[in-house]
Design a protein around this ligand. Structure first.
Ligand code: GRF
Length: 196
């Protein structure tokens, strides 16, 4: 069994999609050991607690990068975490932590990277940018996390159409459906190997 930690900051719908995939046997060989949030306000924490998972809150406030990195590494060691899934985690990981877990941290982003990503592209912003550009398609990307923001190697992408008259919210909803499908799939590919 590989031990997984999920990092969230918000509603945690991607976290829930991963939990569902584990429950339904679509994501095998994976045990969720820890849900970590950067804020106590993350609604997803309630769900994780209800389901009996260990939850932790790690606020970045008043901490140096080194302190954050050490706190994260200690938690990961305590639970012997093998893989980490960032799922709407709104903080940048300390570089030392990203290096320590290189190849074992994934993130999901609501655009077709390299488009509409990087610092500042969160929430509705990637979708607003796609619409402002007159993009005909958008989608979601699962990628490895390196020391940059949305710069790591791409694992999986899926596209959707941008429809005439779409609002940013419409597009966000369509892309989120893709996210919920591809994140468990990408984790399966990375953890259990690429199946033909
Ligand atoms: C998702 O759109 C994800 O791609 C982005 O943040 C959002 C998180 O949503 N990184 P949720 O908390 O998983 O519902």
């Amino acid at each position: 069994m590989k031990k997984l930690a999920i990092f969230i900051s918000g509603g945690g719908s991607n976290m829930k999609s991963i939990i569902r995939a584990i429950d339904e046997g679509r994501l095998e060989n994976v045990e969720l050991k820890l849900v970590l949030s950067s804020t106590k306000k993350a609604a997803g924490l309630d769900y994780a607690k209800e389901r009996g998972y260990r939850t932790e809150i790690l606020s970045y406030k008043d901490k140096t990068e080194d302190e954050i990195s050490r706190a994260l590494i200690n938690l990961m060691r305590e639970e012997e975490i093998d893989y980490i899934a960032l799922a709407g985690f709104m903080k940048v990981l300390p570089a030392a932590f990203a290096r320590a877990y290189k190849g074992r941290i994934l993130n999901i982003h609501p655009s077709l990277i390299p488009l509409y990503c990087g610092k500042g592209f969160y929430g509705l912003i990637p979708h607003q940018a796609a619409l402002a550009d007159g993009a005909k398609e958008s989608g979601a990307t699962v990628h490895y996390v390196d020391e940059g923001v949305d710069t790591g190697r791409i694992v999986l992408q899926e596209k959707c159409e941008v429809l005439e008259g779409d609002s940013a919210e419409d597009l966000q909803k369509r892309v989120l459906e893709i996210e919920h499908r591809i994140y468990p799939k990408a984790l399966d590919m990375v953890i259990n190997g690429f199946k033909s």
